[in-house]
Design a protein around this ligand. Sequence first.
Ligand SMILES: *[C@@H]1O[C@H](CO)[C@@H](O)[C@H](O)[C@H]1NC(C)=O
Ligand SMILES: *[C@@H]1O[C@H](CO)[C@@H](O)[C@H](O)[C@H]1NC(C)=O
Ligand SMILES: *[C@@H]1O[C@H](CO)[C@@H](O)[C@H](O)[C@H]1NC(C)=O
Ligand SMILES: *[C@@H]1O[C@H](CO)[C@@H](O)[C@H](O)[C@H]1NC(C)=O
Ligand SMILES: *[C@@H]1O[C@H](CO)[C@@H](O)[C@H](O)[C@H]1NC(C)=O
Ligand SMILES: *[C@@H]1O[C@H](CO)[C@@H](O)[C@H](O)[C@H]1NC(C)=O
Length: 338
Amino acid sequence: MAVSSYLKWAALTLATAQLGAAQTYTSCNPLNATCPADTGLAKWEFNTDFTTGSSAFSKWNTTSGTVESTSLGAKFTISEQGDAPTIESDFYIFFGRVEVKMRAANGTGIISTTVMESDDLDEIDWEQISTYDYSIETDYFGKGNTTSYDRATTVNVTTPEETFHTYTVDWTSSRIEWILDGEVVRTLEYADALNGENYPQTPMRIKIGIWAGGDPDNGEGTIEWAGGETDYTAGPFSMYVESVKIINYNPASAYKYTDKTGAYTSIKATNGTTSTNLASSSSSAQAASSSSSSSSKSSASSSASASASASVSSAGWIAPYSAFATIMATLIASVFLL
Ligand SMILES: *[C@@H]1O[C@H](CO)[C@@H](O)[C@H](O)[C@H]1NC(C)=O
Ligand SMILES: *[C@@H]1O[C@H](CO)[C@@H](O)[C@H](O)[C@H]1NC(C)=O
Ligand SMILES: *[C@@H]1O[C@H](CO)[C@@H](O)[C@H](O)[C@H]1NC(C)=O
Ligand SMILES: *[C@@H]1O[C@H](CO)[C@@H](O)[C@H](O)[C@H]1NC(C)=O
Ligand SMILES: *[C@@H]1O[C@H](CO)[C@@H](O)[C@H](O)[C@H]1NC(C)=O
Ligand SMILES: *[C@@H]1O[C@H](CO)[C@@H](O)[C@H](O)[C@H]1NC(C)=O
């Protein structure tokens, strides 16, 4: 069974995000609203070496908890209930390759995860469940569609909680490859994701963090998926991320949804004055046949703020978790008031 990591995780982090960053936390799903453009990575490659100290975090925002800089890399720790330290890139990429060298947390029910996620809830995941120190899951979602849970696969990996491994996603408009230590372990073709309907294809941010799938307050299904209840007294549980290498196949300073289809051909990439519609771009592996005009004048969208996806609420089944989020928000708020 697979569950959308991002949706559950977001419910956790939302509780803190709402308090810490209420001003920057916007909710906009481009499938049913007109949203500000996404801030893009305007270059081909961006590498982060988290062993070099806190300056390595300059393009990463901590959206929940605290992430420490250590000689082993960025350290994400769960010490107690409610901890879900998370960082996310402050830019989006539009097709590309993301390589994360990391060591997962140990314990029971702790999920160490790298998620690529877009404003309309396309999602590509690596999720290591601490209960199983010999495997990792791959997963994906399109447009927040969680109605079918047959998308995950489990991949064997040697002692992921003691050893650093490199977990890569190579994402084009025609296929997604999950690559473990340089070896392709899964390929998803566009057509195999409900004829593309469920295929992740909109600009994504990279989110890295851990959360407790085995939290006793979680739903039974989630706890079961996480391999049992988390015993916080056995902690703290830490994941380390040594480095992240990002390639953006369509570098641009902004990405704009030009309609509400969520199709990659509807995304306009701009650099202030120049713009490209991917349908006419050669850098994507599978350019659409229709040569839509790329001459549309660029809107002044280059400075648009990235929209955080509080659109978790668009998934109906998040409801059970929102109660937990509310409780957490209340708890945290009361701590602030003391
Ligand atoms: C990330 O942090 C920067 C600077 O603190 C801020 O300007 C930006 O809006 C943040 N991005 C997101 C997506 O929250
Ligand atoms: C988790 O890792 C830490 C540090 O390597 C180790 O001390 C601890 O025994 C491990 N716990 C489990 C449950 O394997
Ligand atoms: C969601 O995906 C499932 C297949 O995984 C499909 O049967 C269903 O029609 C999709 N729903 C929408 C709204 O696209
Ligand atoms: C993964 O490991 C399990 C148990 O160790 C084994 O049965 C299975 O064949 C392995 N799968 C692959 C694809 O190597
Ligand atoms: C934006 O600028 C970058 C860096 O010069 C370039 O690689 C990229 O192709 C440009 N993108 C667009 C959409 O013009
Ligand atoms: C539109 O998106 C919002 C969240 O962004 C969601 O609450 C709402 O149900 C969506 N409406 C439709 C028709 O999809």
